[in-house]
Design a protein around this ligand. Structure first.
Ligand code: KG4
Length: 335
């Protein structure tokens, strides 16, 4: 069978990335141009600055992706940009670039949901992984337990009712003075601490079967504790925070396994790079659960995962027209 090459384009937040992937699983190139140093001084992503930097970077990044993969535009079977969720101005850069390239070269266009992309990062790392499985999606904008029924069929079993877990990591980092992006910095400092500080967990009253999360309570508890006691050991606070949120994740994942009978669990999204969370999930293997995690470099935003998801959508026959628009609050469809 002929190989299928998809060109992934990712510009939903602060990474401009273009990748070329073969048959959804093999990376030929994956160029990532991060804007983290640009946004660092503002303590978070500034949407307008992100859009401008995507515009400046996109052609350069795409050219390098073709050069690294040693392929030409004529070799590409589908152009697959992220069209949501994300920052609208940032998304529009990748979507517009993809539409122009698809139109000029008469190549099919397939819009990709960024969340589906994060899930697909697992297919690149683990060649044997096939649906069905459960996916714990943890990023800066999302926290969900997803039942991956097939490559393009999903059911959201539980989700956060307020903050995403990544937001909580970033906020805790800011409060204790670690800066942006907070997750990796909390991860590093927590390794020097002991999880000996009691922090509250949110339980939804009369809803013992829910698989939903809430991370705003723990975030506020850490902020209050730090304000009342500025000399608190920051490493211990970070370690206690990580332990608390990991236990919350685990409780719901175990309920999801019980509910569905599916004993294969994967992780996805930026927070799945967290050392403590990865360790805790690995422990699940002792209970007979198979656990998959993307390579660290594929946990955070990149276009290879978008090209992988684009491939599965393309072979299922999905096509986008040239009026494809950016959808900032795009949801994962239950189907
Ligand atoms: O998936 P991602 O790159 O972007 C979104 O689509 O949101 O996730 C970014 C989030 C940020 O909140 C960042 O602080 C967090 O992932 N993150 C981490 C780690 N690396 C990135 N959180 C905890 N531990 C890490 N090692």
């Amino acid at each position: 069978m002929k190989d299928i090459l998809t060109m992934g384009i990712e510009s939903s937040c602060d990474e401009t990335s273009v990748a070329i992937v073969k048959n959804g699983r093999e990376i030929l190139s994956n160029v990532i141009d991060t804007q983290i140093p640009i946004h660092e001084k503002y303590g978070g992503v500034v949407p307008e600055i992100a859009s401008r930097n995507h515009i400046e970077a996109i052609s350069r990044v795409a050219k390098k992706a073709f050069k690294d993969a040693n392929v030409k535009i004529e070799d590409i079977d589908a152009i697959t940009p992220t069209y949501g969720p994300g920052l609208v101005g940032a998304l529009l850069v990748g979507v517009s670039y993809a539409k122009a390239l698809a139109f000029a070269n008469n190549i099919p266009l397939v819009g990709v949901n960024h969340i589906e992309g994060h899930i697909a990062a697992n297919y690149i790392t683990h060649k044997e992984l096939k649906p069905p499985f459960l996916c714990v999606m943890m990023s800066g904008g999302n926290t969900q337990i997803i039942y991956v029924k097939d490559y393009t069929k999903f059911e959201v079993l539980g989700k956060t009712r307020d903050d995403a877990i990544g937001e909580a990591f970033d906020k805790v980092a800011r409060v204790v003075g670690l800066g942006y992006p907070g997750g990796p910095k909390v991860d590093k400092l927590a390794k020097e601490g002991i999880a000996n500080i009691d922090l509250p967990k949110t339980h939804f009253e009369k809803e013992e079967y829910t698989l939903d999360f809430s991370f705003s309570g723990i975030k506020t508890a850490v902020i209050n504790l730090h304000h009342k006691n500025p000399n608190i050991n920051k490493a211990d606070l970070c370690a206690s925070f990580e332990k608390n949120v990991t236990e919350t994740l685990m409780e719901n994942v175990k309920k999801a396994i019980e509910k569905t009978g599916i004993k294969v669990v994967s992780l996805a999204g930026g927070v799945s790079a967290n050392t403590y969370i990865r360790g805790a999930f690995k422990e699940l293997e002792k209970e007979g659960i198979k656990v998959y995690m993307p390579d660290l470099k594929l946990c955070t935003d990149n276009a290879a995962m978008i090209a992988s998801s684009g491939y599965y959508n393309f072979i299922e026959g999905k096509r986008s027209s040239l009026d494809l628009n950016a959808i900032p609050n795009l949801k994962l469809n239950n189907n």
